[in-house]
Design a protein around this ligand. Sequence first.
Ligand code: ADP
Length: 227
Amino acid sequence: MVYCLCLAVVSSILAYSFIDKLKPLKGKFTSIEKWCEDMSGNICEYQIGKAKICIVQGDITEMDTDAIVNAANPSLMGGGGVDGAIHRKGGPKILEECKRIRATEYPNGLPTGKAVITTGGNLKAKYVIHTVGPVWRGGNQGEPELLAEAYRNSLKLAVSKGLKTIAFPSISTGAYGYPIEKACRVALTTVKEFLEKEDKLEKVVLVLFSQRDFEIYKEAARELLAN
Ligand code: ADP
């Protein structure tokens, strides 16, 4: 009985360290990637240059990256969706800084595609980068380029502040109505192209709130990020 128990414990330890050894290979071989994914749950990683893109399912307000990105609206005064969740959990310091930014830099509101940075307040992340994604108007009003700009300007701001890790929600795919199957391709290719040129960031996390959104991102990542 004791012998069987010991054998079970030892084989579990061996199995886990074996999975850990295989993890760096994820993204290179689709089958191992799929296998590791299944073993490690709701996370999926790709190496791009010196950095990792991690796709996870979860709540962005729980992320301990240096910064999390807020899908804000031009007023910067908070709102629903991820914006509301960030302000609720981060506390009043975030809004105070947003008000200061409105009073000084952007009296008419933050234009679509631009990004600004504030404290993370009570969040685990030290900073919140606020960006405004485009409202979906059918796809012929410059939406893809504006969405790419929102990702790019947030990444540039993180680098300019010396940050190493950053987490994004799926910008524009909630109240702003951008179809997620289209938006995820813009998000993934923009982050990938940025990391190929810029080697200062270590990790970009794409956080999907729902299981369905996570599956859509994973599927697109297999096509767009695996070499
Ligand atoms: P937008 O106005 O840019 O569409 P929303 O906040 O309405 O912004 O939605 C953007 C995405 O954020 C949606 O996919 C939504 O499911 C997701 N979302 C909402 N709350 C959270 C959260 N706490 N963590 C991560 N993603 C979230």
